[in-house]
Design a protein around this ligand. Structure first.
Ligand SMILES: [Fe+2]
Length: 167
């Protein structure tokens, strides 16, 4: 007779990851709202460097969208249900949106990008702590890569603005 029973430690593991699932859904809301903010910056920026920074926002949005899809699908894999409406994203995320403003300087706009990335990096650290505590190495691994990349972007943007990274 073959042993087809799951091991005791893996039994219903997904059911035990309640905080991991909550933090994953927080990421879904935050990354969706961050995309919206970056899109506004992409559209409303004016000034020296536009030809570089405008397409750079596309790169950032593409990267965040990759995390969004990966984390959403990880949440579904664990038996969760990701937020999927603009209303849910807005209610769940603490990122602050403002009306588009063409008069903001390029420095102001790049500083907004740094602020968004800092918010996400801080949130990712919470996610790392939660997934570490609950033992979900797979989800933890996604956040390790995402946080490392955002911290590198913060360094580069801060360097462009003449500042130390101040992580
Ligand atoms: Fe565009």
């Amino acid at each position: 007779m073959t042993n087809t029973k799951p091991s005791v430690v893996s039994l219903n593991k997904a059911d035990t990851l309640q905080t991991t699932k909550a933090v994953l859904n927080q990421s879904v809301a935050d990354l969706s709202k961050a995309h919206s903010i970056l899109h506004q910056i992409h559209w409303y920026m004016r000034g020296q460097g536009f030809l570089v920074y405008h397409p750079r926002m596309d790169d950032y949005m593409e990267e965040l969208d990759g995390y969004l899809d990966e984390l959403s699908e990880r949440l579904i894999t664990l038996g969760g249900a990701p937020y999927s409406t603009l209303k849910e994203f807005d209610e769940a995320s603490k990122l602050v949106e403002v009306k588009g403003d063409f008069t903001l300087s390029m420095t102001d706009q790049l500083t907004r990008v740094v602020d968004v990335f800092r918010y996400l990096a801080d949130h990712f650290q919470v996610a790392l702590d939660v997934t570490d505590k609950e033992g979900d190495d797979v989800t933890n691994d996604i956040y390790v890569g995402a946080k490392a990349s955002l911290e590198k972007h913060i360094w580069m943007l801060q360097a462009e603005l003449g500042n130390a990274p101040k992580l």
